[in-house]
Ligand binder design. Structure first.
Ligand code: 4AZ
Length: 378
């Protein structure tokens, strides 16, 4: 992460000149104006506001106003394309098949056209609108279809952990939830809400393969992340999981930030260590600077902290491996964290700690294939 901002607009500045990351100096007044004066864009990052004709993305980047509503997402979380009238005339409209053979020198048009041909990845969007209800420890029971990416990992007739469906035959979970030698013992339950009252259409799958992060450390919980590949049914090339929807895998650690409100879900313990039989969920805030709660035990790049100031909503034993999901401005759901650890449950001074999935994007795509999890491949 960048250092904390101290000046009005950008960092790395002396009074009247700005030191670009590439070593160049530019006048301070040229920072945060939507123009790439440094040449490496560093003058447009970490802005608190934007000068002149430019627009401030949620991520602190200034982009030129003309990029707003141009049919392409320029802010990483897409807010430059929100609330636009149908202005999205992608160049496909005036580029038919014959014309493609005579591509002009207009590189930008060509790039947009190629991008429009890419397969659209389908993740993070539920087939129907979720019921609008406000708001695990302090959680509420979920209803059918609320968490179509949530799975339960059953071992010896017990649900020990949750998991997250991320597409194809793949489930993401915590490394501490699984062991390679027990691969034959796990059952993955999808479309499942209530432990004592399983729905008729519950799907039970077996595990074909378990991949645990090679640097998982069971003492410190560093790299607490694993993948489960589901067994395909006989005669089936692909995994078919009716009623399940994969959560999107975040490709950038800047997609969501401290104070963003996200959601946890699981079959874990309630207050006073009570057992829970139905899937519960609750909203929590992402928390920055978590080392203050866990000095020496919190690893910024690998972990994420989330909770409420009063500790009223939290993950607990049994929720491990399950999802912390966040929605972007387009209402697309990303798996931002995997429930990993925490000191106790529901204590304000000890928020829940999650594996920071965005920083494992390369690890996940290495194992399951990039085309399965990302549309951002050009
Ligand atoms: C556990 O034991 C556990 N409050 C999971 C999450 C938290 C604590 C413990 C966070 O699986």
């Amino acid at each position: 992460m960048w250092p904390v901002l101290t000046l009005d607009f950008n960092i790395f500045s002396t009074n009247d000149s700005f030191h670009c990351v590439n070593g160049k100096y530019i006048p301070q007044r040229k920072t945060c104006n939507g123009v790439n004066d440094c040449g490496d864009q560093s003058d447009e990052l970490c802005c608190k506001g934007c000068r002149g004709k430019s627009f401030l993305c949620k991520s602190g980047v200034c982009i030129p106003n003309k990029y707003k509503c141009n049919g392409e997402m320029d802010c990483i979380t897409g807010e430059d394309e929100i609330g636009c009238k149908e202005k999205t005339e992608l160049l496909t409209a005036n580029m038919n098949a014959e014309e493609t053979e005579f591509l002009t020198a207009n590189m930008n048009a060509e790039r947009k056209w190629i991008k429009s041909l890419l397969p659209k990845l389908s993740c993070g969007v539920k087939p129907r609108l979720p019921a609008r209800r406000k708001r695990v420890i302090g959680g509420r029971p979920a209803e059918v279809g609320d968490f179509p990416w949530q799975v339960a990992i059953k071992e010896n007739e017990k649900i020990n952990c949750g998991g997250i469906y991320i597409g194809g035959c793949w489930i993401l979970t915590a490394a501490h939830c699984v062991s390679i030698s027990k691969v034959h013992r796990y059952q993955i339950w999808t479309s499942f809400l209530h432990w004592l009252r399983p729905e008729d259409d519950i799907i039970v799958q077996l595990a074909k393969q378990i991949i645990i992060h090679e640097n998982y450390n069971g003492k410190t919980y560093e790299n607490d992340i694993a993948l489960i590949e589901l067994k395909r049914r006989p005669n089936q090339k692909e995994c078919v999981l009716p009623n399940s929807v994969p959560a999107c895998v975040p490709w950038s650690p800047y997609l969501f930030q401290p104070n963003d409100r996200c959601t946890i879900s699981g079959w874990g313990r309630e207050k006073d260590n009570q057992k829970v039989y139905s899937l519960h969920w609750g909203e929590v805030n992402l928390i920055g600077n978590c080392s203050r709660f866990y000095p020496g035990r919190y690893f910024e790049k690998k972990m994420e902290c989330a909770g409420m100031d009063d500790g009223s909503i939290d993950a607990c034993q049994g929720d491990s491996g399950g999802p912390l999901v966040c929605k972007d401005v387009n209402n697309v759901t990303y798996v931002w964290g995997v429930v990993s650890w925490g000191e106790n449950c529901g204590k304000s001074e000890f928020p829940g700690v999650y594996t920071k999935v965005a920083n494992y994007f390369d690890w996940i795509s290495h194992h399951i294939g990039r085309s399965l999890i990302s549309q951002y491949n050009i």
